[in-house]
Write a protein that binds this ligand. Structure first.
Ligand SMILES: Nc1ncnc2c1ncn2[C@@H]1O[C@H](COP(=O)(O)OP(=O)(O)OP(=O)(O)O)[C@@H](O)[C@H]1O
Length: 93
């Protein structure tokens, strides 16, 4: 298990992949029934998209304030030496 603050995920539980990130299914360590999506962005790819990530975090924080059922909330934001992690509510299609 990989640890991201109060959350954890297994690298085999890949949900999806975007241009700059991979997204894993994870869970809360305190409430394991709480499933989350953990977006892992490598700092290497960030060099090209630093502004974009800053904008995405700002927008996610603003949208989270709305507490709207159709808007995915940003639960946490962490960084390690090589990655930035965004912990979000998981969307199940
Ligand atoms: N909160 C989430 N819940 C469930 N699945 C998600 C969530 N966020 C992302 N995903 C999945 O992971 C994939 C990659 O997401 P990501 O945000 O990295 O890229 P994208 O939005 O698809 O494209 P781009 O990289 O161009 O922004 C998505 O297409 C989706 O399938």
């Amino acid at each position: 298990m990989e640890s991201v603050g109060d959350y954890e995920y297994n690298t085999k539980d890949l949900i999806g992949q975007g241009a700059f990130a991979v997204v894993y299914k994870g869970k809360s360590k305190k409430s394991p029934a709480l499933t989350v999506a953990i977006k892992s962005i490598t700092k290497k790819s960030l060099a090209k998209s630093q502004n974009l990530l800053g904008k995405e975090i700002k927008i996610l924080k603003e949208l989270t304030e709305l507490h709207h059922e159709n808007v995915v909330a940003l639960l946490d934001c962490k960084e390690s030496s090589h990655n930035v992690y965004l912990v979000m509510e998981v969307c199940i299609a």
